[in-house]
Design a protein around this ligand. Structure first.
Ligand code: DAH
Length: 359
């Protein structure tokens, strides 16, 4: 019996070490320890033995079973380690490859231009402020020195909501200027913010859409003056249009919320159908601005004998059209994939002043 077990054991050990992969090893396990395996068969024979025979054979067979199981487990870890080594040697992840070779989405020119504007003004020390699209009459008009019967209300082609129980009508903000009011009411000067966002007016043609985008600028401090306004706008327009020089023309104008008010034109040329900003014989109106009207400061609980500042408001869509050469504003909001692919920006291509904005 002892010899029979010893020779079976030698045979099994040889099979185990010869097993070249997990499948072969599993075959050995089934053929020995499996239900119908050789070792299991011998174990079953214990039942038919006399008690004396069993006393001898029992421990021998048990240790055979344990030894075979241990050897199989040891071989298994050797094979597993070898398989892992092989995978590590043959498989590689190239971390320098882009995540997606062909991303299918793109950044809309309006978003891109907003990012560019925020980047430029951040470098000048401005924060980005926000306000709601649905505004109160107070923030959109009254606090900006446009009281109920003021003619400027008619200019704005306002979308009004139904009046609430108190008779107050909210409006879809007609400009980003109400963010000035919200900022002055919530913060103490010095204030330096821009407020990009959506604005709404009931108007639609090649250069007007019912929803459009503006960016507002506001600076309030004790000794802010027109020179600061002009310098800020020059710095902004130079960086935005990526030109070394811009010549500005400040034209006297009227806005209820600024005094004095001016419209700002940049010198440009229209040679060959393309606008070139910087020099030339033409002027392009680009934004409205002025020194914040003392009445507006009063509405925001700021003492106009202590504080003053400047503000400006500018159409973002128009800036995008000028910089990236689109001629119909309506296409901005058509969701035409061909247009978006042509004018869209790559998602990871964030505009930075240091890196340059243009593609
Ligand atoms: N809110 C004006 C508009 O929508 C633009 C504007 C003009 C904003 C002058 C200003 C400003 O802050 O000072 O037409």
């Amino acid at each position: 019996m002892q010899e029979q077990i010893a020779s079976l054991k030698a045979d099994i050990s040889q099979q185990i070490s010869a097993a070249g992969d997990m499948a072969a090893l599993e075959d050995v396990r089934v053929a020995t320890l499996g239900k119908k395996g050789s070792v299991s068969g011998l174990m079953k024979g214990l039942g038919g033995m006399s008690p004396d025979e069993r006393k001898v054979a029992g421990p021998l067979l048990n240790s055979l079973k344990v030894d075979v199981a241990d050897e199989i487990a040891a071989r298994k870890s050797v094979l597993e380690a070898a398989a892992l080594e092989e995978r590590l040697a043959s498989e590689r992840v190239d971390v320098s490859l882009p995540v997606m070779a062909h991303p299918s989405g793109s950044i809309h020119p309006v978003s891109q231009v907003m990012d560019e504007i925020a980047e430029i003004f951040a470098s000048l020390g401005f924060d980005v402020a926000e306000g709601p699209d649905l505004e109160t009459d107070f923030h959109n008009f009254t606090a900006l020195n446009i009281p109920a019967e003021h003619p400027a209300r008619q200019d704005h082609d306002t979308f009004y909501l139904k009046p609430d129980a108190n008779g107050d009508r909210k409006v879809l903000r007609t400009h980003t200027s109400p963010v000035q009011i919200r900022t002055m009411l919530n913060e103490t000067p010095p204030i330096r913010i821009i407020a990009p966002g959506r604005t709404y007016r009931s108007d639609s043609d090649a250069t007007h859409t019912p929803m459009f985008h503006q960016v507002e600028g506001l600076v309030i401090d004790k000794d802010t003056h027109l020179g600061h306004l002009k310098g800020t706008l020059e710095a902004f327009l130079k960086a935005f249009f990526e030109v070394d020089n811009v010549t500005l023309r400040l034209r006297p104008s009227y806005f209820p919320f600024t005094e004095p008010s001016m419209e700002v034109d940049v010198q440009c040329s229209f040679d060959g159908g393309n606008v070139k900003i910087g020099d030339g014989n033409d002027w392009l109106e680009i934004l409205g601005s002025g020194m914040v009207n003392p009445r507006v400061l009063e509405h925001c609980n700021l003492d106009p004998t202590v504080y003053q500042g400047f503000a400006f408001g500018c159409g973002i869509d128009r800036l995008a059209m000028l910089k990236y050469g689109m001629n119909d504003l309506r296409a901005f909001f058509d969701s035409d994939l061909r247009w978006l692919r042509h004018y869209g920006f790559r998602a990871l291509d964030l505009p930075t002043l240091a890196g340059g904005f243009s593609r």
